[in-house]
Design a protein. Structure first.
Ligand SMILES: [Zn+2]
Length: 338
């Protein structure tokens, strides 16, 4: 869970809201340790090409002496200190579908709430679709770089990136027939509210050791609560000329370039781009935080995994994981071989 710092506000009512968010989100820190909750536990095929996979053993069986010390919870260490096949662990958990459509048109309405959508037009009208795609692109760039990948999502080379990949497009059912929770993980974006008044920004279950592929997509209960997420400049408001209108299509469809029009048009173009960039980045930082929980991270005092954040950090395209968090990520999801 990540909350928005209310210390920067002056409204007592907002503080109360944040406290509610804190209470409801506290269950998130309860580790889920039951391997049988993994829906893929009995269905996972043995890895192809490996002869050792013909005799699968669970993490509790055939353990060498070095791991004889019983662990209350499956920690990252227990998973890497023993080289054995565990059918409950699948690299599929390292493919993530960042799902902007999993809650119907909720994310579209969050876009409208942030001034980045035209409510009178259908969600798939060009003005709405193109703007949404740009927000999603900014969000994906931030998630990728947070996990040491290129902005486009590629590995930066051997040992240079975390072995995890993110895509906004639904993974192809032909390749991933068992869907989210089995063949890949999923996190949804969207919330009922469109407000910058604090409270919980996202909730995911802490998954020590990254044993499970995630799938939950429950409005305002699990995922990333997009409408509430506000960096320093995440809403296209009155100061920028008001929310998006149909007349702004040229600013998001790629036909307008700086200097093409009047100074006022240039200003509007830059204002729209700035808000798209800022909100997308802020969404990406919260997704990076929540995915962090789902691959085994707990809160730390600084960086992406801080428990209570603020607008400046949300807007930070370089907000990092702390080194202890990076160490856990490297153990739980691995680093790139190439
Ligand atoms: Zn958190």
């Amino acid at each position: 869970m990540i909350r928005f710092a209310t210390a920067t506000t002056t409204c007592a009512a907002l503080l109360a809201l944040a406290l509610v968010g804190c209470d409801t989100g506290s269950r998130e820190e309860r580790p889920t340790t039951t391997a049988t909750t993994n829906p893929g536990a009995t269905a996972s095929p043995a890895p192809s090409g490996g002869t050792s996979s013909t005799t699968p053993v669970t993490s509790s069986g055939a353990a060498p002496a070095s791991s004889s010390t019983p662990a209350a919870v499956p920690s990252a260490n227990s998973l890497i200190s023993v080289f054995q096949f565990d059918p409950t662990i699948t690299r599929a958990a390292n493919l993530w579908h960042i799902d902007f459509d999993g809650l119907g048109d909720v994310f579209h309405r969050n876009c409208v709430g942030h001034g980045l959508g035209v409510a009178s037009e259908p969600p798939d009208a060009p003005i709405n679709r193109l703007t949404r795609e740009r927000v999603i692109a900014a969000c994906m760039r931030r998630i990728n770089t947070a996990y040491f990948r290129t902005p486009e999502g590629n590995s930066q080379g051997p040992q240079q990136s975390l072995d995890i990949s993110f895509q906004a497009i639904t993974p192809d059912p032909a390749t991933y027939p068992d869907g989210p929770g089995r063949d890949y993980s999923r996190i949804c974006l969207g919330s009922r509210e469109n407000s910058c008044t604090g409270g919980t920004l996202g909730v995911e279950t802490v998954d020590p050791g990254n044993r499970r592929a995630e799938r939950a997509c429950v409005l305002n209960q699990l995922g990333t609560f997009a409408g509430r997420i506000c960096g320093q400049n995440s809403t296209l408001g009155r100061r920028a000329g008001g929310p998006l209108t149909l007349a702004d299509l040229k600013f998001v469809d790629g036909t307008y370039a700086l200097g093409n029009g009047t100074a006022q048009e240039d200003q509007r173009f830059q204002a729209i781009r700035a808000v798209i960039q800022d909100w997308g980045t802020s969404l990406g930082n919260v997704v990076a935080h929540e995915v962090g929980h789902s691959v085994g991270l707990n809160h730390v005092a600084d960086g992406i995994m801080i428990a209570t954040t603020n607008a400046r950090d949300l807007s930070d395209v370089n907000l990092p994981f702390t080194q202890p968090s990076i160490d856990v990520l490297a153990r739980n999801i691995g680093v790139t071989a190439q």
